[in-house]
Write a protein that binds this ligand. Structure first.
Ligand code: HPA
Length: 294
């Protein structure tokens, strides 16, 4: 990636357009719903019909993740008759990418025509009501990464310089997700997600501080992507999988293997929930429309 790309200067919009065109040239679908699937949570994309699977390495300008559990490809296909584009794996700020680079894939999904986006992630549970493996609908966030993907020159074609974040996580989508969870017999949880830099996990003192500040969940992703998605006017839903209780809550250390293992255990349930939510979101963004149907 060039120095100019790194700094996110002029041409970012054109790069996103080029990447979007590359993907759309390889499918006959017009996905209006995008999904970003986190660590070990990429299973949903395996079930898509008429799928085009495109490795990130092939997509112009796309950043690549080196984190185990992140497949690194885009899958465009149908889910319950709705065309979707799913990213299996994301890049993170802690990998050394700038916040701007981290959100480039979301820029591409928007350029492809997505109007709504669903983020999934693995997170530590701070709220004692959650257990390991709980799926939690994100109600709001704390951006504790100390950076923002919109820092630097603003291209108004993406959206406003100062985007509103009052209802960053669509109330309508959240309600639909909670209803579908209930229908599937999955415990309903909603919470506030705090994004930290990583890659070290938090200390117990940091977790106590985050709890005092109103956080229910802690993780190392999603928030920059949500900010970029909101700037571009996409409707956002985010769901966390509590892969572990946050530091100091249980008397034992946190390790990434365990995070992956718990993701593995709930992946089918998570995929079923996403499959149930997609048609609800499709309905919300276009009540009777058929555009984008797979
Ligand atoms: N902290 C931060 N990120 C995480 C955690 C955690 O405990 N679990 C999974 N991602």
């Amino acid at each position: 990636m060039s120095e100019r790309t790194r700094r996110g200067g002029a041409g970012e919009y054109e790069r996103a357009t080029r990447a979007a065109k590359y993907v759309l040239d390889r499918t006959r679908l017009w996905p209006r719903i995008a999904l970003v699937l986190g660590s070990g949570l990429g299973d949903f994309a395996e079930g898509l019909t008429n799928a085009a699977r495109i490795p990130y390495a092939k997509i112009p300008h796309f950043p690549r993740s080196g984190v185990p559990g992140h497949a690194g490809r885009m899958v465009v296909g149908g889910s319950g008759g709705v065309a979707v584009a799913a990213l299996q794996g994301r890049v993170h700020y802690y990998e050394g990418y700038s916040a701007r680079e981290v959100v480039f894939p979301v820029r591409v999904l928007a350029q492809m025509g997505a109007q709504a986006i669903v983020f999934t992630n693995a997170a530590g549970g701070i709220n004692a009501a959650y257990g390991q493996g709980a799926l939690v609908v994100v109600r709001d966030h704390l951006n504790w990464q100390g950076t923002n993907p919109l820092i630097g020159p603003n291209d108004p074609r993406f959206g406003p310089r100062f985007p509103d974040m009052t209802e960053a996580y669509s109330k309508r989508f959240r309600q639909a997700a909670l209803e579908e969870a209930r229908r599937l017999g999955i415990a309903e949880h909603e919470g506030v997600y705090a994004a930290m830099h990583g890659p070290s996990y938090e200390t117990p003192a940091e977790i106590r501080a985050l709890r005092t500040l109103g956080a229910d969940l802690v993780g190392m992703s999603t928030v920059p992507e949500v900010i970029a998605a909101r700037q571009m006017g996409l409707g956002v839903l985010a769901i966390s999988c509590v892969t572990n209780m946050a530091a100091g809550i249980l008397d034992r250390p946190i390790d990434h293997e365990e995070v992956l293992r718990v993701g593995e255990q709930v992946k089918q349930q998570f995929a079923a929930l996403l499959a149930a939510i997609v048609p609800r979101i499709a309905e919300a963004i276009s009540p009777v429309g058929t555009a984008g149907k797979a």
